[in-house]
Design a protein around this ligand. Structure first.
Ligand code: ACO
Ligand code: OAA
Length: 371
């Protein structure tokens, strides 16, 4: 048997949801550039779940379904109020809350396709409400119910801030949601597929995926990018700071990618948004600092900025608390996880690779008294 550390380059499944070929990302064959510029997040959700773009009626129907499922039940709100949210990371709270949503869903263990699709809508709808409710309750405020007629992106900001967002803010969040929605067999998506391939339920698959996204080598990197920028403080400190990190063999968050070698096609969209939003809010230094870091790492390590890098300064410019960055990633990526879970169920086989045993052999057992 031979092994490939981190399963690099191993093709583990077939999928029709998204592809990365020659550093180009597509969702069901549509270029990410076209989707980022033109589509709503709701359209992308439909696309990922059905591998086709929705008609007007289909889009309206999904959009209405999502908003009408956003409101959280008292059980979930009471749960969020039952512990000190200032002491937990929102990703840990989200992981638990999503698992709890499963407890209160009577269809949680119904494995029929139609029931799984209904659960997909409920989960996609409620995940944004959980993140918003967490943030408000932590700040001593009451959760805000969703508003009919607002888009998914607008409703998220509305539930988070308690006031109708500006068009520019909605546009930025919508684009970020579109850009983060799916990414082939990334770690959290693979996790969700492994989980449901045992014929476990949708809520278990999403809870497992959130757990994987939380890590700093995956979705958790965006929060750490902002921590790094904050530590750097001023543009002139950026390169000395990065040089020291590299000398200490530390990784630079938001840089590098397992699949992209020459560049992440999503980064340019986030970079543009970062420039525009930081200029608008009079905080261009975050953008300028980021560009210096990106150029330095590219030149000296040959590594590209990934999706987490410029999303940090984008979310910061929108006034979003830094520990909510990864939960927002989850709000988007849940659309992809759900698509992969539905695809896995459609043509399932247990996922069970092998390990090459390298431990001791031929050991002689001795009773505990004789060890
Ligand atoms: C949404 C997402 O999940 S995007 C990724 C988010 N994660 C991050 O931004 C965290 C920082 N980046 C990383 O840790 C990595 O680049 C990963 C995890 C994304 C990809 O990792 P892998 O493909 O396994 O690459 P690996 O970690 O083996 O690195 C290969 C080499 O590049 C170096 N390298 C990779 N990324 C970085 C980085 N961000 N900073 C400095 N060096 C790096 C490694 O130190 C290693 O060097 P070596 O061969 O001299 O030991
Ligand atoms: O694909 C990966 O390895 C990481 C990921 O989720 C992304 O880049 O969106």
């Amino acid at each position: 048997m031979s092994t490939t550390k981190g399963l690099e380059g191993i093709v583990a499944t077939e999928s029709s949801i998204s592809s990365i070929i020659d550093d180009q990302l597509t969702y069901a064959g549509y270029k990410i550039d076209d989707l980022a510029e033109n589509s709503s997040f709701e359209e992308v959700i439909f696309l990922l779940w059905n591998t086709k773009l929705p008609s007007k009626e289909e889009l309206n129907s999904l959009s209405e379904d999502l908003v009408s499922n956003m409101e959280l039940s008292d059980e979930i709100i009471q749960h969020l109020k039952s512990y000190d949210l200032s002491k937990v990371h929102p990703m840990a709270a989200l992981r638990t809350a999503v698992s709890l949503l499963g407890l209160f869903d009577e269809e949680a263990d119904v494995m029929e396709e139609a029931a799984n699709k209904r659960k997909a809508v409920r989960l996609q709808a409620k995940i944004s409400s959980v993140v918003a409710a967490f943030a408000r309750i932590r700040d001593g405020k009451e959760p805000v119910a969703p508003k009919k007629g607002l888009s998914y992106a607008a409703n998220f900001l509305f539930m988070l801030n308690g006031e109708e967002p500006k068009d520019l803010e909605v546009e930025a969040i919508n684009k970020a949601l579109v850009l983060h929605a799916d990414h082939e067999l990334n770690a959290s998506t693979f996790t969700s597929r492994v989980c449901v391939a045992t014929l476990s339920d949708v809520y278990s698959g999403i809870t497992a995926a959130i757990s994987a996204l939380k890590g700093p080598l995956h979705g958790g990197a965006n929060e750490r990018v902002m921590k790094m920028l904050t530590e750097i403080g001023e543009v002139d400190n950026a390169i000395p700071y990065i040089k020291e990190k590299l000398e200490n063999k530390e990784k630079i968050m938001g840089m590098g990618h397992r699949v992209y070698r020459n560049g992440d096609p999503r980064a340019k969209h986030l970079k543009k948004m970062s420039r525009e939003l930081t200029e608008l809010t009079g905080q261009s230094k975050w953008y300028e600092m980021s560009v210096k870091i990106e150029d330095y790492i590219k030149e000296n390590k040959g590594l590209p900025a990934n999706v987490d890098f410029y999303s940090a300064s984008v979310y910061h410019s929108l006034g979003i608390k830094h520990d909510l960055f990864t939960p927002i990633f989850a709000v988007s990526r849940v659309s992809g996880w759900l698509a992969h879970i539905l695809e896995q169920y459609e043509n399932n086989r247990l996922i069970r690779p092998r390990a090459e045993y390298v431990g001791p052999k031929n050991q002689e057992y001795k009773s505990v008294e004789n060890r």
